[in-house]
Design a protein around this ligand. Structure first.
Ligand code: ADP
Ligand code: MG
Length: 140
């Protein structure tokens, strides 16, 4: 198995409910290690840039509103197959479709306010990590 790094975001619905620790505990229980972390607020331009791949989708404006509505916690997660491992523990995009035991099943409020983001491929993981962190921020 390959050791990978992936970007995780704990979204504003979760920081609002003070469940960042509960979510991080699930990530750690899944074998993922937090090797960088910070809490911040992103502005509209940053949200639009981060989610640019979705700019033509009907939910894009609402998604950018939501992601700028409160603080987020961004994390670099490291572990064997970290990208797919994180996607597995996150669960399906829509919490209503997420499997038992996943973060989105337990904590997600709606298809938009679904508590966590996770990179979906090695290329996006590298780009998304670089969006928030420099190399010296990451301590493996
Ligand atoms: P994922 O986060 O599972 O990779 P996507 O990349 O498809 O899902 O979508 C990015 C984010 O946009 C989702 O996590 C969710 O917050 C929001 N989103 C996706 N689909 C919808 C939708 N149909 N309605 C509202 N928001 C959505
Ligand atoms: Mg996605």
């Amino acid at each position: 198995m390959a050791v990978e790094r992936t970007l995780s975001i704990i979204k504003p619905d979760a920081t609002r409910r003070n469940i960042t620790g509960a979510i991080t505990a699930q990530l750690e229980e899944a074998g993922l290690r937090v090797v960088a972390q910070k809490r911040l607020r992103i502005d509209r331009a940053q949200a639009e840039q981060f989610y640019a791949v979705h700019r033509d989708r009907a939910f894009f404006d609402d998604l950018c509103d939501f992601m700028t509505s409160g603080p987020i916690v961004v994390q670099v997660l490291e572990g064997d197959n970290a990208i797919s491992r994180n996607r597995d523990v996150m669960g399906a995009t829509n919490p209503a479709n997420a499997k038992e035991g996943t973060i989105r099943k337990e904590f997600g409020e709606s298809v938009e306010a679904n508590s966590v983001h996770g990179s979906d491929a090695p290329e996006t993981a590298a780009a998304e990590i670089a969006f928030f962190f420099s190399g010296t921020d990451i301590v493996g």
